[in-house]
Design a protein around this ligand. Structure first.
Ligand SMILES: [Mg+2]
Length: 207
């Protein structure tokens, strides 16, 4: 019998949500994989959660060849994600995705995060929450970061943000201490995780 999740301590209650994009909001594994396969990479060699330019370099490919083959219409939201986003007055994205692909997908889905930081926002390295927090004027302790990878977990920990695992992605691997969300809606209903009452509303702007 599964063990019920422990309640998140009240002290960790956050007021602002930042999402990873691929594998968290978007069921994008196949969309991300297809360009590599079309460029001759064995499917089993492909891993997820990296800066796409780094993964291209690792596989000996040119980034522009990958991007030219990436279908920005292919990835669909995970079930329950659109309804969750409709409920959130403010949210942002922090992603390793190339901005050309990521912004095209946000536009296609008519998603309007307050800020969306992609791979060009992190000084050539993997994503970090610090630049986003600076833009938003928030401290890490005011944020819950929802992601699907170990890197996402470490990104949250490095700024003292609450990490919540996108457990609706079957590839997401839980480790002890994780807050695991089985369904996107759990972000709103999990006791002590997100305090929307303290969340000021503001007009959404793309960033
Ligand atoms: Mg991801």
């Amino acid at each position: 019998m599964p063990v019920p999740p422990a309640p998140v301590a009240a002290a960790t209650s956050a007021r602002y949500v930042v999402f990873d994009l691929d594998g968290t909001l978007l069921d994008s594994d196949e969309a991300l994989t297809a360009p590599f396969v079309s460029l001759g990479v064995p499917r089993e060699s492909i891993t997820f959660g990296h800066v796409v330019g780094d993964e291209c370099a690792r596989l000996g490919l040119e980034l522009h060849d990958y991007l030219d083959r990436y279908d920005v219409a292919a990835a669909q939201p995970f079930p329950g994600v659109p309804a969750l986003l409709d409920r959130l007055p403010r949210w942002s994205v922090c992603s390793n995705k190339h901005p050309r692909s990521g912004r095209a997908e946000l536009a296609r889905l008519a998603w309007t995060p307050e800020r969306a930081l992609f791979a060009d926002a992190f000084d050539g390295g993997p994503k970090r929450l610090e630049p986003l927090l600076d833009h938003l004027g928030l401290g890490g302790g005011e944020v819950v970061f929802v992601g699907d990878t170990a890197h996402d977990r470490s990104v949250a920990a490095s700024v003292g943000a609450v990490f919540a695992l996108a457990g609706w992605n079957p590839r997401a691997e839980q480790v002890p201490g994780d807050v695991v969300l089985e369904h996107p809606h759990d972000l709103l209903t999990r006791p002590g995780l997100l305090d929307l009452l303290g969340l000021p509303t503001s007009s959404a702007t793309s960033g």
